[in-house]
Design a binder for this molecule. Structure first.
Ligand code: ZN
Ligand code: ZN
Length: 618
C-alpha cells in the first residue's frame, strides 16, 4: 500500500492532473485533422448486437492474424499496413445481413441466440439467449478491438527456420495454445478446409513479421528473439497527453511484461522502420494506413496484431495512471502488448487480458494468470546472482512503534530485486539499480551480505573483494564511520582476524552463533564472541555440509548461502540451482537436500532493458 502511494505520488509529481478539457497539441505537420464524434453509437438493437457478436468472434472465430495483402495499398516505410482485409470481408458478410433480417427475425435466429448465450456465459451474465438490459450494458463497455475468439494463429503459414535471421531460439511450450483456446474454436485444419471452400488461397501470403516467428513444433507463434524494439510513430501521437507522457507510459507498460519473462523491450527512435518490431500509434476512424477501422459502433479503445503493431483509438480520452476519469493508457497498452506477445483474451478476475475496460483504481499490475500465461510462451527467467539475503530493518507502524520487517533481496551485478515470499513474487517495479537503493556500498558485484547480532548489537555488512562495509539499517545507508569509530570500507582481515578475503559468501548461523565464511571449496567458522577463527578450520564445504544424495552438491564457488526467515532454513545458491539444509532430525546435521532450479523456488526475477531501469515505481 505504501509502495503504491509512493508510486502514485511520484507519478503525480511527474504528471500534474490533466483537465478533462480536450487540448490540442501539434501532431505531425498536417494538424489539425477533423475529429470524429467522441464515441461510437451505442449498441441497442438486435441488429447492432448481432454485428458486435459477429465482429468479436461469438458467432464463429474471426481470422484476425496474418492475412494476404491483396487489395490494400502497399506498405509505406513508416507504416506497415495491416493486411486484414478478410476481417473486413468477414464484417461485410455477416450471415444475417444477406437476408436483411428484421430485429424480430434476428431474435428468433438460433445462431444469434447461441452466440448471445456464449457471450453471456463468458461475461458472467444470466444466460438467457435474449438481448436483455444486462447484455446491452456489457456490449457498451469500452473494449479491445481484438476478437474474443480467433482462428488459431499459424494457420496456413509456412514453417520457417528460426535461425534465418540469426535470432535466439526460445523454448516454446505448445500447451499454451491449447489452454487458451476456447472449445468451440475450429482447428487449423478445419479452418484451412473452410478457407479453400471459400476460395481463399491455400498458401497465404505471409507478413514480413513471419521471419521472426518460431514455427517449428509450436502451435502458438512467439517472438524468437530476446530484445524487441518498439517505437511510438511520429504521425500517431495522442492529442490527450504530451509526447513525453505517452512514451513514458508505453515504456512502463513494456517494462511490466519484461519483469516477468526473459524478454527485453527497447525504445528505438533511430533505426529504419523495418527493424522496429512493435510500432504503436494513435488514430481515429480510418487511421495510420490500417485497413481496420475504429468503428462507429460501440467503443473500441485499441487493437493489436500478434507479433505486430498496436493502434490506439484516440477518440477515447486517454489519461495517465493516476487519473480517475477517462481510459488509462497504461492499462490499455499493457493489454495490447499482451496480444502482440501472443496472449488471447482471458475472462479471469484480475487479468489484464480481459477484453472489457475495467477502471484501473490507481493500481495496475499483471495478474497471476497473466504471468503464468506469458511464461508458458516465453519461459521463466533465470540467471546467476551475485548474492541473496534477507534484510531486516525497522520501520514505524501506524502507531509510531518501531516494527521489524524483512524482505529477501536478490543482487545481480548492478541490479537488485526485492522479493515478497508470502505472495511468491518480486515487488512490482523491480529490478532497481544498486546505486539507487543502497547508498554507500559499491554499485556492482557485491560478493556477500552478512547480518548477525550479539546480546545488545546488530550488525549488517556487505563484502566485496578484500573490503567490507557496515550498513546503517536505520538510516538505510552505509556508515562512513560507525558508532565504534571504525572507518569504512575496512579490510576484512581487520574486522575478522584470520579471514583474508575475497570471500564467495558468508552467513550467520543462529544455532551455534558462528559466522561461516565460504571461499572456493572451503568454509571457515568464526566465533562472534571470541572474534577468532574456530580451531580446525577451514574445512571442506562438502564435509561440513554433506550431500543427502551422493554427488548432488554445489561443492564450491557458491553465489550465496543465507538463512531464510520465511522458509526457516539455510539455502545454498549456485548458478541456476538451489540446495537447502535439511531440517529433519532424521538426517545428519547440516545435510544438503538435492538441488532444484532457483526459478521454481522464487519466480519472476527478470532482467529488464537498461533503458527501463530508472523508472520510478517503488
Ligand atoms: Zn484485447
Ligand atoms: Zn489499426
Amino acid at each position: 500500500m505504501i509502495r503504491t502511494l509512493e508510486f502514485l505520488s511520484i507519478f503525480f509529481l511527474l504528471f500534474p492532473p490533466i483537465s478533462p478539457e480536450r487540448v490540442s497539441h501539434p501532431r505531425d505537420p498536417a494538424d489539425p485533422q477533423p475529429k470524429a464524434e467522441l464515441h461510437g453509437r451505442p449498441i441497442l438493437t438486435p441488429k447492432s448486437a448481432q454485428r458486435y457478436l459477429w465482429k468479436y468472434g461469438w458467432v464463429e472465430p474471426v481470422n484476425w492474424e496474418s492475412q494476404p495483402l491483396h487489395g490494400n495499398p502497399p506498405p509505406t516505410e513508416e507504416n506497415v499496413i495491416h493486411p486484414d482485409r478478410p476481417h473486413q470481408e468477414h464484417l461485410e458478410k455477416t450471415p444475417f445481413d444477406s437476408v436483411s433480417p428484421t430485429d424480430l427475425e434476428l431474435t428468433l435466429n438460433p445462431r444469434f441466440n447461441g452466440a448471445l448465450r456464449r457471450f453471456q456465459e463468458a461475461n458472467k451474465l444470466e444466460v438467457t439467449g435474449r438481448l436483455d438490459a444486462a447484455t446491452i450494458m456489457a456490449m457498451n463497455v469500452p473494449r479491445c478491438g481484438v476478437p474474443d475468439h480467433r482462428v488459431p494463429e499459424g494457420v496456413g503459414a509456412q514453417p520457417e527456420d528460426p535461425e534465418e535471421n540469426g535470432s535466439t531460439t526460445l523454448s516454446i511450450n505448445s500447451e499454451s495454445a491449447e489452454e487458451n483456446r476456447d472449445t468451440y474454436e475450429e482447428s487449423a485444419e478445419e479452418y484451412q478446409e473452410r478457407g479453400q471452400a471459400l476460395g481463399l488461397p491455400a498458401k497465404r501470403q505471409v507478413r514480413r513479421k513471419r521471419s521472426q516467428l518460431l514455427k517449428a513444433g509450436a502451435k502458438r507463434a512467439a517472438f524468437s528473439k530476446l530484445t524487441l524494439k518498439w517505437r511510438l510513430l511520429g504521425e500517431g501521437y495522442s492529442v490527450w497527453l504530451s509526447k513525453e507522457q505517452q512514451r513514458y507510459i508505453l515504456r512502463l507498460a513494456f517494462r511490466m511484461w519484461s519483469e516477468v519473462v526473459p524478454l527485453n523491450f527497447q525504445e528505438d527512435l533511430s533505426s529504419p522502420a523495418q527493424l522496429i518490431d512493435i510500432k504503436l500509434g494513435f488514430g481515429t476512424r480510418r487511421h495510420l494506413g490500417c485497413s481496420q477501422l475504429f468503428d462507429d459502433m460501440g467503443r473500441e479503445f485499441a487493437h493489436a496484431w500478434q507479433l505486430g503493431d498496436i493502434h490506439f483509438n484516440d477518440d477515447e480520452h486517454f489519461v495517465p495512471p493516476n487519473s480517475e476519469h477517462g481510459i488509462s493508457l497504461l492499462k490499455v497498452a499493457v493489454h495490447e502488448i499482451g496480444h502482440v506477445l501472443g496472449l488471447s483474451h482471458m475472462n479471469h478476475l484480475g487479468s489484464v487480458m480481459q477484453p472489457n475496460y475495467i477502471p484501473a483504481n490507481g493500481k495496475m499490475e499483471l495478474g497471476w494468470t497473466d504471468r503464468r500465461a506469458i511464461q508458458k510462451i516465453y519461459g521463466k527467467c533465470s540467471g546467476r546472482f551475485s548474492t541473496v539475503f534477507d534484510w531486516v530493518h525497522q520501520e514505524p507502524d501506524d502507531l509510531g512503534h518501531q516494527v521489524s520487517h524483512y524482505n529477501t533481496y536478490f543482487f545481480r551485478r548492478s541490479w537488485y530485486w526485492r522479493y515478497e515470499n508470502s505472495s511468491n513474487r518480486t515487488w512490482y517495479g523491480y529490478p532497481q539499480e544498486l546505486k539507487v537503493g543502497w547508498e554507500g556500498i559499491p554499485h556492482a558485484d557485491i560478493d556477500a551480505f552478512l547480518h548477525f547480532w550479539t546480546r545488545n548489537k546488530r550488525f549488517t555488512f556487505f563484502f566485496k573483494g578484500k573490503l567490507y562495509w557496515r550498513y546503517d539499517d536505520q538510516n538505510d545507508r552505509a556508515y562512513r564511520q560507525d558508532p565504534e569509530g571504525h572507518i569504512y570500507p575496512r579490510l576484512i582481515s581487520e574486522g575478522f582476524p584470520g579471514i583474508g578475503g575475497p570471500i564467495d559468501t558468508v552467513f550467520y548461523d543462529q544455532r551455534d552463533h558462528n559466522i561461516y565464511f565460504f571461499h572456493g571449496r572451503n568454509v571457515t567458522a568464526f566465533g562472534v564472541e571470541s572474534q577468532k577463527v574456530l580451531p580446525g578450520y577451514p574445512q571442506a564445504i562438502e564435509d561440513e555440509f554433506p550431500a543427502v544424495k551422493s554427488g548432488d552438491h554445489p561443492k564450491g564457488n557458491l553465489d550465496a548461502v543465507y538463512f531464510s526467515f520465511s522458509h526457516k532454513t539455510i539455502f545454498f545458491i549456485k548458478g541456476s540451482y538451489v540446495w537447502h539444509v535439511a531440517t529433519s532430525a532424521d538426517l545428519p546435521y547440516n545435510s544438503l537436500l538435492p538441488r532444484y532450479p532457483i526459478n521454481e523456488q522464487w519466480t519472476d526475477i527478470c532482467d529488464v532493458h537498461p533503458s527501463m531501469l530508472s523508472m520510478p515505481r517503488r
